[in-house]
Design a protein around this ligand. Structure first.
Ligand SMILES: Cc1ncc(COP(=O)(O)O)c(C=O)c1O
Length: 362
């Protein structure tokens, strides 16, 4: 079977160039006579990959020298409890915004560990927009304000980062890392799984401002979750996911070859606008997020009928386009157009959508 276009929200498609590079090197990594899958993590070969991936991520994110990169495991989900443990203690005030299922999950974990308060929410309208955050909503005694920068299930993202004063901004960037031109220096910490824009499942990135590493509270944190411990061991405290870090490194070089975040942000807007323009000009499809907060990564829409949505998913699959069903928390349809999705993938989907509309409109 030929390769299909894969609109999965994650794990997602990878660039063919990267897959071919993995294939070429799989049996014999750089002529060393063994596979990357067989590489011991306490060797110069792995240190080189690990260090390169960290410095490439810092470079592509354009963060200043007072930021550190940590590679961890457990996905975005494990960070929902890991960052509160590291940044606050039980009685500390921490702030959350609810803009989707993942921000709710982050809040639930944060509440277990800190005095967490929700400052704003779009739950009442099924998370179809990003509520504005003004500076006077951000209690200056809080240890952090958490936002989900891109809401994978509901297809919304922050176009402007909130002004938080002295309160560090913590951002879940699982589904928008290296795909939109945010100033990462405005964050105290960002995190996410790499399996959408940055590689295959297995690595969790954390980029943290050094002054947020609080030694006073670190005794209470399990070593595996402790940013200070992980940093002191250069993210090789225990056996890291060697293969997954290697793919992150290949992906970062691919991102650089595409022109970095500046170029990929532009391409993401172009690709997503192909779909949004069609949706906006159609009576058959309805976008589910408000226009000004729409995500360039996850395009959420519906035909308004559950049965027709299912038919859409089925016929798309028969035409070589897979994973278009919406997230179970949101329903409907969703096309994820991460960095590795080629422009032709967006164009092919638009052509299919036009034909499907013609064949099914009443
Ligand atoms: C925005 C966001 N945060 C967190 C998660 C959970 O991440 P993981 O599955 O890596 O634990 C996801 C997963 O899709 C996500 O989209």
């Amino acid at each position: 079977m030929d390769r299909v276009y894969n609109y999965s929200a994650g794990p997602s498609c990878l660039p063919i160039e990267v897959l071919e590079e993995v294939q070429r090197e799989l049996l014999n990594y750089k002529g060393k006579g063994f596979s990357i899958l067989e590489m011991n993590h306490r060797t110069d070969d792995y240190y080189e990959i690990n260090d390169d991936a960290m410095s490439m991520l810092k470079k592509l994110l354009n963060v200043k020298d007072d930021y550190e990169v940590i590679f961890m495991q457990g996905g975005g989900y494990s960070q929902f409890s890991t960052f509160p443990m590291n940044l606050a203690t039980k009685n500390d005030l921490t702030l959350y915004t609810l803009t989707g299922n993942f921000s709710e999950k982050a809040y639930i974990e944060g509440k277990r560990l800190t005095n967490a308060k929700v400052i704003t929410s779009s739950k009442e309208t099924n998370f179809n927009f990003i509520p504005k955050i003004t500076k006077n909503m951000v209690d200056q005694s809080a240890k952090y304000l958490h936002i989900t920068v891109n809401n994978t299930a509901f297809g919304t993202c922050y176009n402007e980062l909130p002004e938080t004063g002295v309160v560090p901004l913590v951002g879940d960037m699982s589904s928008i890392i290296l795909a939109k031109n945010y100033d990462i220096n405005k964050f105290g910490l960002i995190y996410g799984g790499v399996q959408k824009n940055l590689g295959a499942a297995g690595v969790t990135f954390v980029v943290i401002k050094k002054n947020l590493i609080n030694d006073k509270i670190t005794d209470l944190i399990p070593s595996m979750n402790n940013y200070s411990v992980q940093l002191s061991k250069n993210s090789i405290f225990n056996t890291p996911p060697v293969f997954a870090v290697y793919i992150v490194d290949l992906m970062l070089h691919w991102v650089e070859r595409q022109g970095g975040v500046a170029e990929l942000s532009k391409i993401a807007i172009e690709k997503s606008n192909l779909l949004y323009d069609l949706i906006d000009n159609s009576k058959f499809y309805k976008g589910t997020a408000v226009r000004e907060d729409r995500s360039p990564m996850n395009i959420t829409f519906t035909t308004g009928s559950e049965d027709i949505d299912l038919k859409f998913v089925k016929e798309a699959r028969e035409n070589g386009m897979i994973n278009l069903k919406g997230h179970k928390a949101a329903g409907g349809l969703r096309a994820s157009l991460y960095n590795a999705m080629p422009m032709d993938g967006a164009k092919k989907l638009v052509e299919f959508m036009k034909k499907f509309e013609k064949d099914n409109e009443v």
